[in-house]
Write a protein that binds this ligand. Structure first.
Ligand code: FES
Length: 163
C-alpha cells in the first residue's frame, strides 16, 4: 500500500500536450518581442543621416568639348560650356521654381519647359519669370587632366577655366 502512495498519478495525454503548446507559444512570443526590440534598438542606434550623392562631377577630358559647344550632363544637372574665353559650368536648374532646363540648340538658348524662362549661354535670363541667372559652378582640372565640376560651389560669373 505505501508503494502505491509514492507513485504519481498518470498525467492524461491531452494535459501534457496542452502544456507543451503553451510553452511553445510563450517561447514564440518571447522571440518575437526580442526580435522587435533588436529592430527598434538598431533603428535607434543607427545614424540619422541622408546619404546624398557627391556634388563633384568628373566631366571627362576637355578636348571632347569643341569651342562654342554647350553640353548637357543630365545626370549631374549641369551644362559644360566651352566658350572662346574658356570653360565654365552652369546649373541646369531653373531659378524660378526649380524645373530642369534644357539646351535648345535651334534657339541658341537654354529653355525652361515649365513657365517659359530662357537663358543665354552665359546663364543670363533673356525671357520669362526666372528671377536670377543660372548659377555658375566651380570648374577645375584634376591631376589626370579631367574637368571637375563642383555643384556645391557657386562662383561669380565670368570665371573661365583656360586649359
Ligand atoms: S520653373 Fe522655370 S520658368 Fe518656372
Amino acid at each position: 500500500m505505501p508503494d502505491e502512495q509514492k507513485q504519481t498519478p498518470p498525467v492524461p495525454q491531452d494535459q501534457s500536450s496542452r502544456r507543451e503548446v503553451f510553452g511553445k507559444l510563450g517561447l514564440g512570443c518571447m522571440l518575437a518581442a526580442g526580435a522587435g526590440s533588436l529592430a527598434f534598438g538598431y533603428e535607434f542606434l543607427s545614424p540619422n543621416v541622408l546619404y546624398e550623392p557627391s556634388p563633384i562631377t568628373n566631366a571627362g577630358k576637355p578636348d571632347q568639348y569643341p569651342v562654342g559647344s554647350v553640353t548637357t550632363n543630365a545626370e549631374a544637372g549641369i551644362y559644360i560650356v566651352h566658350g572662346p574665353e574658356g570653360f565654365y559650368a552652369l546649373s541646369a536648374t531653373c531659378t524660378h521654381l526649380g524645373c530642369r532646363t534644357a539646351w535648345a540648340p535651334e534657339l541658341g538658348l537654354i529653355a525652361c519647359p515649365c513657365h517659359g524662362s530662357r537663358f543665354n549661354q552665359a546663364g543670363v535670363k533673356v525671357a520669362g519669370p526666372a528671377p536670377n541667372p543660372l548659377p555658375w559652378l566651380r570648374v577645375s582640372i584634376s591631376d589626370e587632366g579631367d574637368l571637375i565640376v563642383d555643384r556645391s560651389a557657386v562662383v561669380p560669373p565670368r570665371q573661365f577655366l583656360r586649359t
